[in-house]
Design a protein around this ligand. Structure first.
Ligand code: SAM
Ligand code: ZN
Length: 397
């Protein structure tokens, strides 16, 4: 039935058992779960995702000073939960869970290996069922980490029932980039309730669609969700959101959901907060057809203060790639929404792309703010108008 070989891996501060195959079996019915066909998932490519999760939860614990109750309802072999137990002080009570009995078995072995029975409980249930069983006041979790194959959307509602209404930390991974980046528009509308757009900055749009869907789901329970850290890496996006209780606070978040107006012809883009918004499909800049994405999150996707603390708390043992990523995110944390992909602009102009510095420096000299972005190489966030960017590109030839 399985051709997977059990192996010992090492990541962060832990050794653990996993299955040494990267192949992913396909469900016969799309969206269904075929137990016998699924490998016990360990994906080394997601190490960076887990590294950042460890440093973020560590920071959250330092800031809240809580004894944390954590849930990872889609745990695979359990490495994330085990790393949290071993690498975060105050991660005192952790539930890890997987619907696959093989994953449950291997996660148990990993808990045994590290003598973590007093801290970690392992379950073999459907994630939504497990979360729902923990949805009443004294049982709710401080931190919930949803790290699925594909979209976290099917787990959002139960996660928001099971998380602390105030000062909880919701961590979400989405790997379904084809829907979120506008390759499968209907799937995106179905999962996230928003229209995506195939643009050069579609990964930021993806983050904004995921945040908007989460904020709206939370608002039904009078919980406000505030994004404090977002990143797009390899084949996935990841967002961290803090809960704040109260209908008025939730209203304030919902007000930041709206639309993006984008023009392919002249690179114009504008975020328009407000779900009930009147939108024109004519580009206000060049009069060409504009395209509309959303509803999506129009507010900030990063908290500079929080990310600065995450960086500080990862210095001692932080992975170099994670630190580099966090440093880039810190730099762009307060920069304008959406970025300009210089390669693609130059392609459109039929010009070779100059070195990044040859664009950044002159724009800064003129008094504009300019930063690079972790979302994409050769791309900038700036408050300079498109006309200035084009002028600078032409001058740099
Ligand atoms: C991407 S893997 C998890 C990886 C893990 N979080 C990590 O960091 O290594 C997704 C896991 O979700 C499990 N899963 C899928 N549907 C589930 C469900 N409805 N309830 C619980 N677990 C589920 C799969 O068996 C798989 O192990
Ligand atoms: Zn235009």
């Amino acid at each position: 039935m399985h051709d997977y070989k059990i192996r010992i891996y090492h990541e962060g501060k832990v050794d653990f058992y996993g299955y040494g195959s990267d192949s992913k079996a396909q469900a016969e019915i799309p969206g269904d779960y075929i137990l016998s066909k699924m490998p016990v998932f360990y994906n080394p490519v997601m190490k960076l995702n887990r590294d950042i999760a460890v440093y973020t939860v560590r920071t959250y614990q330092i800031l809240t000073k809580k004894s944390l109750r954590i849930c990872e309802p889609l745990t695979g072999c359990g490495v994330r939960g085990i790393r949290l137990a071993m690498e975060v002080n105050g991660a005192d009570s952790i539930i890890i869970n997987d619907i696959n009995p093989m994953a449950y078995d291997i996660a148990n072995r990993n808990v045994e290996m590290h003598n973590l029975r007093d801290k970690i409980q392992v379950f073999n249930e459907d994630a939504n069922l497990l979360l729902s069983k923990n949805a009443f006041p004294m049982k709710r979790f401080d931190v919930i980490d949803i790290d699925p194959f594909g979209s976290p959307a099917p787990f959002l509602d139960s996660a928001l029932r099971a998380i602390s209404k105030n000062n909880g930390l919701l961590c979400l991974t989405a790997t379904d980039m084809a829907p979120l980046c506008g390759v499968h528009t209907n799937a995106c509308i179905r999962k996230y309730g928003g229209v995506p757009l195939r643009t050069t900055y579609c990964h930021e749009i993806a983050v904004r669609l995921l945040i908007s869907c989460s904020v709206l789901t939370a608002s039904k329970r009078d919980i406000a969700l505030a994004p404090i850290l977002s990143h797009s890496t390899d084949h996935y996006i990841r967002v961290y959101l803090k809960t704040i209780s109260g209908a008025k606070n939730a209203d304030e978040m919902v007000k930041q959901i709206g639309y993006l107006v984008h023009c392919n012809h002249c690179h114009f883009r504008q975020l328009k907060p407000g779900i009930a918004n009147s939108l024109s499909s004519v580009c206000p800049s060049c009069g060409d057809d504009a395209r509309i994405a959303g509803p999506l999150w129009c507010g900030k996707i990063q908290s500079r203060e929080f990310i600065a603390q995450v960086l500080e708390n990862s210095k001692a043992d932080g992975d170099k790639r994670a630190i580099r990523l966090l440093s880039l995110i810190l730099e762009e944390a307060d920069a304008p929404a959406t970025y300009y992909d210089l390669h693609s602009i130059c392609d459109q102009l039929n010009l070779p792309c100059p070195a990044l510095e040859k664009i950044i420096h002159p724009l800064k000299e003129k008094g504009y703010s300019v930063t690079q972005t972790h979302f994409k190489n050769n791309s900038i966030r700036t408050n300079a108008p498109v006309s200035e960017i084009l002028k600078t590109i032409r001058k740099a030839q």
